[in-house]
Design a protein around this ligand. Sequence first.
Ligand SMILES: O=c1ccn([C@@H]2O[C@H](COP(=O)(O)OP(=O)(O)O[C@H]3O[C@H](CO)[C@@H](O)[C@H](O)[C@H]3O)[C@@H](O)[C@H]2O)c(=O)[nH]1
Ligand SMILES: [Mn+2]
Length: 742
Amino acid sequence: MANPISLPLYEKIPHKNTLQRAFDTLIFLLLLSLLIYRLLFLNNHGLTWLVAFLCESWFTFTWVLIISSKWNPVENKTYPDRLLQRVPELPSVDMFVTTADPVLEPPIITVNTVLSLLAIDYPSHKLACYVSDDGCSPITYYSLVEASKFAKLWVPFCKKYNIHVRAPFRYFSTNPQTLGGSSSDFQQEWKRMKDEYERLSCKIEDAVHKSVPCDLSGDFAEFSNVERKNHPAIIKVIWENKTGLLGGLPHLIYISREKQPKHPHHYKAGAMNVLARVSGLMTNAPYMLNVDCDMFVNNPKAALHAMCLLLSPNSEKEIAYAQFPQVFYDGLKDDPYANQFVIFYEYLGRGIAGLQGPLYGGTGCFHRRKVIYSLSPNNVDPVNEKLIESILLNFGSSTELINSAAKALKGKTNTVANLRNSIHAANQVSSSCYEYGTSWGTTVGWRYGSTTEDIHTGLMIHKRGWRSIFCTPHPPAFLGCAPSGGPAAATQLKRWATGLLEILFSKSCPLFATLFGKLQFRQCLAYLWILTWGMRPVFELCYAALPAYCIITNSHFLPKVQEPTLYILVAIFVIYNISTLSEYLRAGESIRAWWNNQRMSRINTMNAWLFGFLSVILKLLGISETVFEVTQKDQSNDDANDVEAGRFTFDGSPIFLPGTTILLVHLTALVVTLLKWQPPPSDGHGSGLGEVFCSVYLVIWFWPFLKGLVGKGRHGIPLSTIWKSAALALLFVHLCRRTTMD
Ligand SMILES: O=c1ccn([C@@H]2O[C@H](COP(=O)(O)OP(=O)(O)O[C@H]3O[C@H](CO)[C@@H](O)[C@H](O)[C@H]3O)[C@@H](O)[C@H]2O)c(=O)[nH]1
Ligand SMILES: [Mn+2]
């Protein structure tokens, strides 16, 4: 080795988890014995028994997927200090930010993310920041122009005083003036920065309220007469680091790709591909970092941590991307909406990281450009010229792009003398029909066809035999905002379930990727676990209907109290709860957080995921297309100080219909037992304690809905939803009665 320093840039540390494995295996064996029992006595029982068997088979299948995914957790410990000694020259990184709607995604949020990126600890002449604005908003552009002026003060300030959090809104809201130093110089500069940031926020705020930042002339002329979904490409170099020196600010480029109603734009995936092409023309960095507009850099060494993983020996031929977990700021206490995913990343995330590598999460990810350009690991070294030529044939008509891509694929770098010289070519590759007849979105770049383009794109990368790597530094590298409130969270989950099923039911299905590609078998299981989220409501709804059905018709789907097999079910219930609870406690989460997540899993599955399932069915039937509905983002969670924070909120969306119906059905069933309105059992064996217990438990899970039935305003379920649910519940009861009369 040329360099005498031979300490590794990162270490892979397996996590021991014997107890967890024992719990998980035990649950699996119990589930298996339950299935065998069901199967043995299938003939003695009716339809309920069969339905229970089918549902439990599905749950067991899911459990196998979970165990396999969690079995080998690893942690990668990175050493950025060694990187600076080992690597003589760090590679360039193009940083991508996507925003789509200036109302749902207020420009001040995007501005903070951009500022935090511009200020990261990395040689600034190696960085370029590209902002894609699908909202085509002059306010966003204006905000970025103003932000770049502020950045000239902010970035040197952060570097000089080694500020930890470089998104100003966070820095000034959480760090008192004393942090960073007590010298009078620091105090003075701190005050100045705070004033300047307030000035910037006010300007942006004013622009938002005026809705037009200034007369749309001069620099803004291109925004006059634009419609969001119908406009030419607008690409502007806001700041160019002409000196190419270390001290300057990174380049900052604004891109609003062309949109035309008759051409599909493929939502975020389409935006990412335009970013890849335009940056290819301008800076062509071998690495690309992509973040959502709300995901600011929380650890200024993020890029260095990622480079430890990506620049290690052999990484070049093995590792496609380095993914950071999604962590959220200002999360509500005890995670009432179960959308902070702490436990998910802690166990499943680390587990999958021990297989072929983490799934691509759409944000907080460092990609290799050549992998995005569709190269496979076995073609990296030696470079296969023929293959590269064939890839480039389908890159579209821009010769400038093809030339730059050839360099990227061969691992060469190029420097453009003047970014503005490539504006013409950049406009060409951002046009709404550039991709026709090319491989963009099918074999090159971010994949089309799913509203979860991230999982889809990552899956296709794993399919080519690449691995990926999980990066979990402290403090977390990026922080974003999780949707707050019932409706926003439900819409997001619905979109995810939709997108995941779109992948499952397409030719990108992981089963094919394992059979015909290089997706590892257990990685395939991990993908199946996530892609089948949207299937779960079918089984959970049926299973949830069983106890109510049994009570109303006085039949059973559970063994009687005196039968020993009942203990299998009791054991599954008890051990599952102890085991999941212990996961939460070991990860430093509260019992309440555990309960909220248990509860929300049921609520989300039976509401949002069900709608995801339905929208995919409609798409498969050719009735409607799926859309990407952007999540509302707030800078500070006003609710965080609110006593009502975390209390479930509703709106008139039909998404709350299934949950309300299930609740009403169970309330009816409970009334039926209490008042002894059950018909006589048909085979001398009616419903028993087991069914009633399930029913009560379900009502407890749906407590937020029970409160919603009587709640007012946004805490109440709208009357129209209640009426519709009541009608559906009555229909269910009627159908139950019909089956007993036959
Ligand atoms: O037409 C669109 C729609 C969305 N976006 C951007 O996509 C990002 C994610 O959108 P958001 O509404 O925040 O969705 P989330 O569900 O919060 O995002 C998660 O899930 C998405 C896939 O469903 C991933 O793309 C994201 O990276 C991941 O954070 C945001 O930056 C948007 O501006 C676009 O650029 N163009
Ligand atoms: Mn988001």
